[in-house]
Design a protein around this ligand. Structure first.
Ligand code: A3P
Length: 275
């Protein structure tokens, strides 16, 4: 796929704040047009490169979920979309077109893998196309063993961290983004080449507040629109929106395991997570 100079590519591991970041980037790339954002589902505002190539084989059964097949593959849609494009992917930078960072701007959002795993676990249980059936302890083990969709977690983090000072790269942590939304929005606006008043930034921060965002229909997963796709009892696509919630899911053994796993994977880097 051809990369265009006015593209913004957002690269994340799933459940790292991708949707919130897309909303920010899209609004900044579109003159803070809240009305259009509310009327146009996120699916049509960003180009999710690999959607839906990663869905469970069984779901690709046309008889079960015919509407899934109405969604064209993201990179095909992106190829014919007008500029400026917001391209989103959960693939690592090293699997993207090699010139992406020379030509376009790239943003990466990192999040503590323990919170990512909890959030990813809830999502993979919630939709039938993934249908994870184990408990969180099993999920965490599989996550650390790189056996969950889009793992391994660390290589993409480390390869992007190395490039964090590239003039066309913005590297942020989810934890910092939610702790200081106006400060984060200022950084993203500079990255987008835009200037906003303090009032505009505060209004956008309010728009992103988790209770408001949870009610925002245009940012829900497109999977929600597919009849019968959702399992009972899910916690929702826009869920808690907090940092450190993993503590409620990890027993002492898992906590220690996680610390060792994180430390050994981050050895030799200066990456630290706020929690
Ligand atoms: P939790 O499940 O921990 O709440 P993604 O968009 O990459 O799938 O990331 C989803 C995670 O970001 C979820 O985390 C979700 O609740 C959180 N999130 C989404 N919108 C948010 C917002 N406006 N503010 C804070 N967190 C948000």
């Amino acid at each position: 796929m051809e990369v265009r100079p006015d593209d913004v590519w957002l690269v994340t591991y799933p459940r790292s704040g991708t949707t919130m970041t897309c909303e920010i980037l899209w609004l900044m790339m579109n003159n803070l047009d809240y009305e259009k954002a509310a009327k146009t589902h996120m699916f049509h505002r960003r180009h999710f490169l690999e959607f839906f190539t990663f869905l469970h084989e069984q779901t690709q059964d046309l008889d079960t979920y015919p509407s899934l097949h109405d969604f064209p593959i993201g990179y095909r849609l992106a190829a014919s979309a007008p500029s400026p494009r917001l391209v989103v992917t959960h693939l690592p930078l090293s699997l993207l077109p090699p010139k992406v960072l020379d030509v376009a701007r790239v943003m990466f959002v990192a999040r503590d893998p323990r919170d990512v795993a909890v959030s990813w676990y809830h999502l993979l249980r919630m939709y039938k196309c993934f249908d994870f059936v184990g408990d969180f302890k099993e999920f965490w083990k599989l996550f650390m063993e790189d056996s969950i969709l889009f793992t391994p977690f660390f290589p993409r983090l480390k390869e992007t961290w190395e490039l964090r000072n590239h003039p066309k790269m913005l590297f942020l942590f989810y934890e910092d983004m939610i702790k200081d939304k106006p400060g984060t929005l200022k950084k993203i606006s500079s990255f987008c080449g835009k200037q906003y008043s303090q009032e505009q930034l505060l209004a956008l921060a309010d728009h992103l507040s988790i209770d408001v965002f949870r009610q925002n229909q245009s940012v829900q997963s497109v999977l929600e629109t597919i009849p019968g796709m959702k399992n009972e009892g899910g916690e929702g696509f826009i869920r808690k929106g907090k940092s450190g919630g993993w503590r409620d899911y990890f027993d002492e053994e898992m906590r220690l395991q996680a610390e060792t796993w994180i430390q050994s994977n981050l050895a030799g880097t200066d990456i630290t997570f706020a929690f």
